[in-house]
Design a protein around this ligand. Structure first.
Ligand code: FAD
Length: 417
């Protein structure tokens, strides 16, 4: 028997649960499905940036964020080959904090909120096809459940399947980075209230990426490394090789001396920079990783998945109010999302694509170390709080970086010839 809904949401990660929460609250009969059972893990750094924490709080989970076993960070410490940059977290609704919480727990909590708002959730149901009538209108999805083929009807489908790519038809974005993380107990770093970010020479001489140590509140840490697919292609190395090398960086090796791994390392891919994805079509909206919403420099995607889910629910409601599920009506979602995030994402994507390697930016890191205002802007463009071109507000520091960069390049050429 076919069941009818106002909205079907495919995937119950942060993007899907946020969509289902807001659409259910707006009165839409919403079906949320996931191919996995919950709670389930999602390979991640587990960092909730301040704006992501605000999205979590908007879903009624502000108090939960402060549970003592959760990590709570107040700053960023960035280590590059030549510089050390530290920046506090800007003020937010919760004070100047971000959080580090295992995704297994976060995603289960967000799903619980979607269900309590009225969404119908079905686990272990894998969407296989988007259904359209011959004139092109979406009518629902086909899915696999317990070895059977089932069908659910709705005039609108939100694709929130991460890097799954279920909807096909050009909605699947390219994957432009890969990352790997492992949990450790007793990591011995200097300041457990910071997110520690390592722009290492190994990761950044042929592309872009970074290693990280993010602390929980219970003595454990998430240690990982993310690398652009360009760096993999140029070096012929795989992600495991970069990750293993990161663990051997002299500073980190010291922090890990007494640390005990908890479980094996795990890898996953990332779709970044609002690039290469179609986020709307007749009867379809894509949110989160499915819409390439990860920030291209920080690799952060939970907050953007939740934000895009909230906006998608608004447009689902609007489409129902107008009884119009055309691409033209749903393009309002794309416009709103671009107004909100395109400057930061697209400028970051342009920088990562145009600069041959992040290692070339070492003179800029060094120059920003000495200029507090430029340092703040640099860190904000890393965290996605400012577009990369905001650095143009600091011409003297940029000039210093350029002079030092050109000087180093000339010395290298003279020395090499
Ligand atoms: C190693 C690593 C570290 C990261 N670190 C951070 C970090 O510290 N902070 C941060 O904010 N972001 C981080 N990210 C990015 C972040 O993990 C993603 O942006 C985020 O998970 C996106 O949420 P989502 O809801 O779009 O997709 P997902 O969380 O991937 O959820 C998609 C869901 O869809 C389901 N699904 C897939 N296909 C189907 C189907 N056909 N039918 C039904 N269900 C389906 C899956 O089972 C899954 O539950 C990291 C990513 C990686 C790989």
């Amino acid at each position: 028997m076919t069941e009818h809904y106002d909205l079907i949401v495919v995937g119950a990660g942060p993007g899907g649960s946020s969509t289902a929460y807001y659409s259910s609250r707006a009165g839409l009969k919403t079906l949320l499905i996931d191919r996995q059972g919950f709670p389930r893990d999602k390979t991640c750094g587990d960092g909730l940036m301040p704006h992501a924490a605000s999205e979590v709080a908007l879903m009624g989970l502000g108090d939960w964020l402060n549970e003592p076993h959760h990590g709570k960070f107040t700053g960023f410490s960035m280590y590059t080959r030549t510089a050390f940059l530290r920046q506090g977290v800007p003020p937010t609704l919760h004070g100047p904090h971000g959080y580090v919480i295992r995704r297994e727990e976060t995603d289960a909590k967000l799903l619980e909120r979607a269900i309590s708002a009225g969404a119908e959730f079905r686990a272990k149901v894998r969407a296989t096809d988007l259904l359209r009538v011959p004139t092109g209108e979406v009518t629902g999805i086909r899915a696999a459940q317990d070895g059977e083929t089932v069908r659910f009807d709705a005039p609108l489908v939100v694709v929130a399947d991460g890097v799954g790519g279920f909807a096909g038809e050009g909605m699947k974005a390219h994957q432009n980075a890969v990352a790997r993380r492992q949990y450790f107990r007793d990591v011995d770093g200097p300041n457990k209230e910071d997110l520690h970010i390592f722009i290492t020479e190994d990761i950044n001489s042929h592309g872009a990426g970074y290693g990280w140590v993010f602390y929980f509140g219970d003595g454990r840490a998430n240690v990982g490394a993310g690398v652009s697919t360009r760096a993999l292609a140029r070096t012929g190395r795989n992600l495991k090789a970069f990750f293993d090398r990161f663990l051997e960086e002299p500073e980190l090796a010291g922090w890990l001396r007494r640390a005990e791994p908890e479980g094996p390392p795990r890898s996953w891919s990332l779709k970044m920079g609002m690039w290469g994805a179609r986020r709307h079509a007749q009867g379809v909206l894509a949110v989160g990783d499915a819409g390439s919403m990860i920030h291209p420099i920080s690799g952060e995607g939970v907050g953007y998945a939740m934000e895009s889910g909230r906006l998608a629910a608004t447009w689902a409601h609007q489409a129902h109010a107008r009884r119009d599920f055309s691409a033209s009506t749903l393009s309002g979602y794309e416009r709103q999302l671009r107004r909100q995030r395109a400057r930061e994402h697209l400028s970051g994507q342009a920088m990562v694509s145009l600069v041959p390697s992040l290692g070339m930016m070492e003179p800029l890191f060094k120059a920003c170390e000495k200029d507090a205002e430029a340092r703040r802007t640099l860190m904000e463009s890393f965290t996605g709080d400012a577009p990369v071109y905001s650095l143009l507000r600091h011409p003297r520091t940029l000039a210093t970086a350029l002079r030092d960069g050109v000087g180093t390049a000339l010395r290298t050429r003279v020395g090499g010839s």
